[in-house]
Ligand binder design. Sequence first.
Ligand code: PEP
Ligand code: CO
Length: 459
Amino acid sequence: MSWSPESWKTKKIAQDVAYDDPLEVAAAVDALRVLPPLVTSWEIDRLRGFLGDAQAGTRFLLQGGDCAETMSDCRAEVIVDQLKILLQMSLVLIHGGRKPIVRIGRFAGQYAKPRSSPIETRGDLSLPSYFGDLVNRPAFTAQARRADPRLMVDAYHHSALTLNFIRSLSAGGFADLHHPEAWDLAFLRHAALDPDLRASYERTCRQLGEALGFMEALGEVTVDQLTRVDFFTSHEGLNLHYESAQTRHVPRREGHWDLTAHLPWIGERTRALDGAHVEFFRGIRNPIGVKLGPKVEPAEVVALLERLNPDDERGRMVLITRMGASQVEKALPPMIEAVQRSGRTALWVSDPMHGNGITTAGGIKTRSFDDVLGEVERTFDVHAACGTILGGVHFELTGADVTECIGGASGVREEDLGLNYASACDPRLNYAQAMEMAFRISRRMAKTRRNSRPPRAVG
Ligand code: PEP
Ligand code: CO
């Protein structure tokens, strides 16, 4: 089974883009081939090591960001908000789990979207669906919806701009965001919040503030060094023209590296064993994610691991389950057990967003905070019962005050969805909902930690 960065072209391409001019595609791919990489192989190796630790339970993965990044949102305040929410959530998670958090953004390349239908109809007019800014434009006109290969190059440039700013912020100038006293936690005062939870969140914030203050008072190490802010990048590796154009050899290293992101993943709609995406991903050296919905056969999960990670390399495979709150207890255990029986290893991560979509009577796509939290909690339970480790969580979220998901203490109601619905695709948790989610998961991690501590010797 020989492999090349182009061998995917011999396979069936799910969600293939109907470009109308192959010469234009070739020109865009040629341009991308010579542009410098967005990430490096040694950063990718570092992430692989961290993911291996998360697999073993000594780190925890927090992956999050937009469902669909847009080029018009490639702006300072949007990027800062995204980093801020991931950073603040990660500090809350460190507090509960007492282990380092690996932060991975769905950013700097999350521009291609799979769609359930290739065509969208409004009234009498049918046009190609919007497949993300890497492919076409959201406006409902024939011109905007034409698949334009040059957008791949634009998406690359916007990814580079985003990443450049992220790298600068991570290297400094970001420290104030470490301080819980500067966080916007107004939602904690909301009447709908259970008093016991409120007390626990406030305690967490106080303790975090005290711990950070204490470390700063020591003076020898800055908080910045202690909580060294690393952000890795990830996106769905959907458009294989784009991915393979940036896939290359690296001097003095073996193999091919997809240098568009540290962690590309295969989506639920493109993970066919004999399809183009699995073919492409099996040949790259990056760690890779695979989304798994409730319909995947347990034997298929094992077959995917065999195909994508034949040597069972540590930190290579991230299995991102997105079952739906009502399915997880039924669908997840057989998958975990099949993997256990096969003797293969992977990092298990919960994406509690994509199995919990609902549409309101008015036709708005939303998700309920309780369903999202319910899926995470049940996924923790299932792994505990199976003797496996849930090593991370994956969210669609934003640091802005959008009204896209309903529920949570700050109480976005169905009738509020129109107030600030800004997502280009799926509904995201807003700042307050994402923070509350982090507090809930952190509490859960703290409880597990306390319960698993060996009993003290008596007498
Ligand atoms: C996504 O992560 O935005 C997505 C489309 O997910 P899935 O492939 O799990 O449906
Ligand atoms: Co989505």
